[in-house]
Design a binder for this molecule. Structure first.
Ligand SMILES: Nc1ncnc2c1ncn2[C@@H]1O[C@H](COP(=O)(O)OP(=O)(O)OP(=O)(O)O)[C@@H](O)[C@H]1O
Length: 591
């Protein structure tokens, strides 16, 4: 109901305005609805997954032209034009995504400019599409034998679809899929480690954004009953980006706010600027440019961010504590190897960086059910070895076997699939999302739900199970007091504990902890110590890199000591503490 209420209010407000306004205002409202659909796609694409696109207008164009051609040349109605327009857009988006989405940094937005321009010129140069004059005499949208010729009638369809799209996208973003999409932007490596296929998620966002633009294009063709290339140009694509930046790219409602603000501002400026300047021209675009620069300085998250800040301060709308889910379904649990065997075997692992051997032919074994400490002075190669085991880095030579399978050469996601979960030396998380959501991401690979089911809110069973598991792990590590707080607002020590809860939510067989006690105060260290011992007692195997000698010596069963990329000593804490090479290389420094 919490989701339905604002959406129904939006729909009711739009329809009431349609009913009460004159023809011009109805037309402006309809345009706001069409733009909001494209902007909504950009929220998912740019705001959530961080892929900037200047080319969304071209996708609206593909759908509009597909509709125009099918309706005028074959005389077919919306039952054919809608799926055909969406399918054409989806195929085009899929192909463009396959070529461009692996580009990173500035190259991706640049490529969107390239195909945005290409498609615009394509529309204008294909004879069948009417060249630059376009296609006119598109028959009106006919539903159940009734022709919707007026803006007022079509407005009901437009705003009904906007409400539906807002509902579907809100559902999506509130699901495991949504968390995966957000993680793609915030921490792609972490996301991969926990089972998110980041390339696939980017593709999903890209195609979804194109489909929303396509829906807008389909409606546009019926609203205007005429299409030509101009509304699908690069400059309109840039304007769509303006809308989400102004409205708030990270928020579903940012799309509606941005579309409304920019459309109304354009209307007003188009009337006002010629009077002010005494001459006509597209001066509003210049003003928009200035406005964007101002907003980027003053309100980076857009209007929606400011509004959501206000809303959060209202006590009855503040996020509430996640309640106990007593009858929640259970997530699947992995079979455990029996204790005592060699779970992880590192054989002659060598990692060479240009001009430096960071890990030099290291061999070690981690036995099932033990806590093995990996220590050594700064720069010894511990994190590099960790990254080799978890697949973040690839070996120059050697092999790593986990639970009888060779994992060297596999990706972090494939290695995570085998039952390995890790924390990071430099914490990686979704800082603006709650602790709960961050931990829920840890269980990503334990429940499989499709995009459509997520949009339709049909994944609640899996989501409830993931949520219950995350709450269980949060309680286990003692973070229940901050469960609903944004993860980024936590002190570093607690963020590290959050990473442990997230790794536990993955149901690992082997837990790799990279300096978990760094930044913790003494009482927190004691809690962490207790937790790790308890995890070991439950049969979990742990490999830990740690600089706090008191902590690590009392915690672990065995230690491996590295220095300058070499393994210099291995054994129980008493043996290691007494080893002369260790004293010289490491403990001697600390003494
Ligand atoms: N990507 C990289 N490219 C080049 N050199 C690297 C890279 N990563 C690490 N190194 C180098 O490899 C060596 C080992 O670094 P590593 O971070 O593994 O050490 P460490 O034992 O984890 O140190 P610390 O305890 O300070 O984290 C260092 O000399 C480091 O500068």
């Amino acid at each position: 109901m919490a989701r339905f209420l604002p959406i129904l209010t939006l729909l009711a407000a739009a329809l009431a305005l349609q009913a009460l306004s004159g023809e011009h205002a109805v037309s402006v409202l309809n345009y706001i609805g069409l733009y909001a659909l494209v902007a909504l796609g950009l929220v998912v694409l740019t705001g959530i997954t961080g892929q900037t696109s200047f080319g969304q207008a071209a996708f609206a164009g593909i759908a509009a032209y597909a509709t125009a051609v099918i309706a005028t040349q074959f005389g077919l109605g919306p039952l054919v034009t809608l799926p055909a327009a969406l399918l054409t857009t989806a195929v085009a988006a899929f192909l463009i995504a396959a070529i461009t989405l692996r580009l990173s940094g500035h190259y991706l937005p640049l490529s969107t400019i390239a195909w945005g321009i290409s498609l615009f010129y394509l529309f204008g140069n294909i004879e069948m599409l009417g060249g630059h004059t376009g296609i006119d005499h598109i028959p009106p949208l006919s539903l159940f034998g009734h022709e919707l010729t007026g803006g007022r009638e079509l407005g009901v369809i437009i705003w009904g679809l906007v409400a539906l799209a807002v509902w579907a996208v809100s559902n999506l973003l509130d699901s495991a899929q949504g968390r995966a999409l957000r993680a793609v932007k915030d921490a792609p490596l972490m996301a991969e480690t926990f089972g998110v296929d980041t390339v696939k998620e980017k593709r999903i966002a890209f195609v979804l954004a194109a489909l929303l633009a396509g829906l807008s294009g389909w409606l546009y063709a019926y609203l205007l009953r005429f299409v030509n290339p101009s509304p699908f140009s690069l400059s309109i694509g840039i304007e769509y980006l303006f809308m989400v930046v102004v409205g708030g790219a990270g928020y579903v409602w940012g799309a509606i706010i941005g579309a409304a603000l920019i459309t109304l501002a354009r209307e007003w400026l188009q009337d006002f600027l010629p009077v002010l300047l005494g001459t006509s021209g597209n001066f509003e675009t210049v003003v928009f440019g200035g406005l964007i620069i101002f907003l980027l300085h003053r309100a980076e998250g857009g209007v929606a961010e400011r509004l959501s800040g206000l809303v959060r301060r209202l006590p009855f709308l503040a996020p509430t504590d996640a309640g106990e889910e007593t009858d929640a379904p259970q997530l699947p649990v992995r079979p455990r190897p029996s204790a005592g065997g060699d779970l992880l075997v590192v054989d002659s692992a060598l990692k060479q960086f240009p001009g430096l051997v960071a890990v030099s032919s290291i061999s070690l074994k981690v036995r099932t059910g033990e806590i093995l400490g990996l220590i050594g002075p700064n720069g010894a190669g511990k994190s590099t070895l960790f990254n080799l085991i978890s697949g973040t880095l690839h070996l120059t030579s050697g092999t790593i076997t986990f639970d009888g399978q060779v994992i060297s050469g596999r990706t972090p996601r494939q290695i995570g699939d085998c039952g390995l979960a890790r924390t990071f030396q430099h914490v990686k998380m979704m800082p603006n999302r709650s602790v709960l959501e961050n931990v829920m991401l840890g269980a990503h690979r334990r429940a499989h739900v499709g995009v459509l089911a997520s949009c339709l809110h049909m994944e609640r069973r899996e989501e409830t199970a993931i949520r219950a598991e995350a709450i269980r792990q949060i309680r286990r590590v003692g973070l229940e007091d901050v469960m609903m707080q944004p993860a980024g607002s936590l002190p570093l020590g607690k963020q590290r504990i959050l990473e442990i809860a997230r790794a536990l939510a993955a149901d690992p067989i082997l837990l790799l902890l990279d300096e978990p006690a760094a930044g913790l105060r003494l009482p927190e260290k004691k809690l962490l110590y207790k937790l790790l011992r308890q995890l070991r007692a439950e049969g979990l195997t742990i490999l830990i890199v740690e600089h706090d000698m008191d902590f690590v010596m009392s915690l672990v069963d065995r230690l491996v000591v590295m220095s300058f990329g070499q393994l210099i000593c291995e054994g129980d804490p008493a043996k290691v503490q007494g080893d002369q090479r260790v004293v010289e290389a490491y403990l001697g420094d600390a003494a």
